[in-house]
Design a protein around this ligand. Structure first.
Ligand SMILES: [Zn+2]
Length: 286
């Protein structure tokens, strides 16, 4: 998956530090990120020194370290005419196995960018929020409201029937490849209940033997995805919710139409099932 890097890791501990010339910059505008697509199909983020040549840098905000490099969020208007091959690319379409580290930095920075951008005012009293200096938190100087980064839990569900796996396609979305079932956890609901509810809502099936597989921390909508396998129980007749899905059907373990792209939890789970390596024992009682 995207977060599985060959060396190093994301160091997301908060630091209250200023950017220097060779630090990397994430600059977003209108759902796009500023970067350069290199000849080998790799991706390169601009440094502060490069950004400063195009526009007054202001005070970029420290985000995290990745592979030993500090990454900062650009806080001024995005440069209108960057040069040296840099341009803007759609964050939602950015999936690049050759540059896993850059993609993961963009996805994680995008999550934080949206959190900062939507919490400039206190939700309780409307006062402009201030940045805490000791941790990643926004505080209202008027009423004391404390706002921490928000992560939305969601599930990815692989429903199996012996040697068959249920694959679907989303309705009305840019992503047109085969997918597993997915949905957000609602307030007051366990993850296991989310699995039961989403499967029933989207394809009209009952499931049992729910078993956790892995998680993916970089959803573009600020989510953490948790992957589960489960077995269909009772009828295997699919009734799709046409507002959510354009199709859903059973596919044999040995003839699955989707390959692992090395990036997403969905594709890894499909591969694991094709190899017969999915977890077999479930969470007791669910
Ligand atoms: Zn307030």
């Amino acid at each position: 998956m995207l977060q599985d890097m060959a060396t190093g890791r994301l160091e997301n501990e908060f630091r209250n530090i200023a950017a220097t010339g060779q630090d990397l910059i994430l600059c977003f505008q209108h759902g796009q990120v500023l970067l350069r697509r290199d000849a080998d199909d790799g991706l390169t983020l601009p440094t502060l020194a490069q950004m400063a040549a195009w526009q007054q840098p202001g005070q970029p905000r420290y985000l995290f370290r990745l592979q030993g490099e500090s990454v900062f969020l650009w806080t001024e208007a995005a440069p209108a005419q960057p040069d040296h091959g840099f341009g803007y690319e759609d964050v939602r379409r950015l999936r690049q196995l050759q540059s896993k580290e850059v993609c993961f930095a963009v996805m994680t920075g995008w999550h934080l960018y949206n959190w900062y951008r939507t919490n400039r005012l206190c939700g309780c009293c409307g006062t402009a929020t201030e940045h805490a200096t000791g941790e990643r938190m926004l505080r209202c100087p008027n009423c004391g409201n404390m706002i921490f980064p928000r992560i939305s839990p969601a599930v990815i569900v692989a429903v199996t029937d012996g040697d068959r796996l249920l694959l679907s396609k989303y309705a009305g979305r840019a992503y047109t490849h085969y997918a597993l079932l997915a949905g957000y956890t609602e307030i007051g609901e366990t993850l296991e209940q989310t699995v039961h509810r989403e499967v029933l809502e989207e394809v009209g099936l009952q499931v049992t033997n729910i078993r956790y597989y892995k998680s993916q921390p970089w959803g573009v909508d600020g989510n953490v995805l948790m992957g589960f396998f489960c077995d269909v129980q009772g009828s295997t007749a699919i009734q799709i919710d046409e507002t959510e899905l354009s199709m859903a059907d059973w596919y044999d373990r040995h003839g699955l139409p989707a390959q692992d792209d090395g990036i997403s939890l969905t594709r890894e789970m499909i591969r694991v099932f094709s190899e017969g390596k999915e977890p077999k024992s479930g969470i007791p009682g669910v």
